[in-house]
Write a protein that binds this ligand. Structure first.
Ligand code: SF4
Ligand code: SF4
Length: 358
């Protein structure tokens, strides 16, 4: 038996050590930054205690990038940024520059070679974040990637200008589970009926796992034609689709009935008011590819009203809290229905709050 140590493959999971990839000026001035200025929409200047300045140019990427496009981005970063760039959580690409005179040539090249707009800083509508969608997930009921592209085309001017009362973050999710998270405006797919069970395929997976995943305990074991299967208590089901993620035999997607909804007032930051959950603003919008015009019109209407009514620095949720929901529905013209009211009063007794199978 050999005592020679086996050479293991390098770890390729987990976040890499970010310090190895910082711009040299960031390494030099780590933790010693004094202030930052906005030079113009999409361009920031950070100044360190040492007097060093680092410039950031932010461009909106379409997220789904070809290898050629990534190479072109890297070429530009090599030319102007000593090879340093970063992507923000909303898929903006930020070029980091040590020399102020490189800003305009870089912007010109980003526009001409990549076709990306410059902006997304300050009081703008920053790049829309969307969930993974059909490229990585088995659940999508709509094409979040396409819907975001169509919407961003409509909101282009709001990305390249800073003329909103405060920062506006928008997200889009292709199922009700909404792995996209919080946003001032969130576009989420909604299902409108319980899952349809394919009893013939039901044994391919673990039944307890499916039963346990339901947040309202609506799924229970059942015998169907003398075979083990499941049934859904329809009165309890809230059409979330979590079971479909566990079991492909519980299909909830339906091109004839699935619609899109708009939620407002989500915020993760602690600035001014604390973090807040989104609330339903409009629902039943057609899931209408390839341009989703009804969603675009509703978001634009919402932004126009917000721009005209909110005070400076008021995020969408804070603005609604100040004017009240009744006024919000008056101003936006969104229909107010019984589905807009949910205090979650009975959540503790109806939600499945344990991991045990019921
Ligand atoms: S929102 Fe739903 S369908 Fe879309 S990627 Fe996330 S979990 Fe999958
Ligand atoms: S997991 Fe969601 S969709 Fe499935 S049965 Fe439960 S409530 Fe209904």
């Amino acid at each position: 038996m050999t005592t020679e140590k086996k050479k293991l493959a390098p770890r390729d999971q987990g976040a890499p050590d970010y310090k190895k990839n910082l711009h040299p000026l960031m390494v030099k001035n780590y933790g010693k930054w004094k202030y930052y200025d906005k030079i113009k929409p999409g361009v920031l200047k950070h100044v360190a205690e040492s007097g060093d300045a680092l410039y950031t140019v932010r461009a909106g990427s379409p997220r789904t990038l070809s290898v050629d496009k990534v190479r072109a981005i890297c070429d530009i970063a090599d030319k102007y940024c000593q090879g340093h760039l970063r992507f923000t959580s909303r898929a903006n690409v930020e070029f980091l520059l040590a020399r102020e005179q490189d800003i305009e040539p870089l912007i010109k090249e980003v526009r001409e070679r990549l076709g990306f707009p410059i902006g997304g800083t300050g009081h703008s509508v920053t790049n829309i974040v969307h969930t993974q969608g059909w490229m990585h997930c088995n659940l999508p009921g709509t094409d979040a990637v396409g819907a975001v592209k169509a919407l961003m085309d409509e909101l282009y001017e709001e990305f390249t200008n800073e003329r909103m009362p405060a920062r506006v973050k928008i997200s889009a999710s292709c199922c009700s589970i909404n792995c996209g998270g919080q946003a001032d405006i969130a576009i989420n797919l909604q299902h409108h009926h319980p899952p349809t069970i394919n009893h013939g395929n039901m044994q391919i997976c673990e039944l307890p796992k499916v039963v346990a995943i339901c947040p309202v305990a609506a799924i229970r074991p059942a015998k169907v034609e003398a075979k083990d299967s499941l049934e859904v208590v329809e009165e309890k089901c809230m059409y979330c689709g979590a079971c479909h993620g566990q079991c492909p035999s519980m299909e909830i997607r339906d091109p004839n009935t699935d619609t899109l909804s708009i939620w407002v007032g989500g915020k993760s930051a602690n600035t001014r008011s604390g973090p807040s959950f989104m609330k339903l603003a409009a629902w039943g919008l057609p899931n209408n590819p390839p341009r989703w015009p009804e969603v675009g019109a509703a978001v634009k209407k919402l932004l126009t009203v917000y721009k005209g009514s909110a005070k400076q620095y008021e995020r969408i949720g804070e603005w609604i809290e100040r004017i009240g929901w009744a006024r919000f529905f008056e101003l936006t013209g969104f229909e107010f229905t019984k589905y807009h009211i949910d205090t979650f009063k009975h959540a503790r007794t109806t939600f499945n709050t344990s991991a045990q199978v019921r």
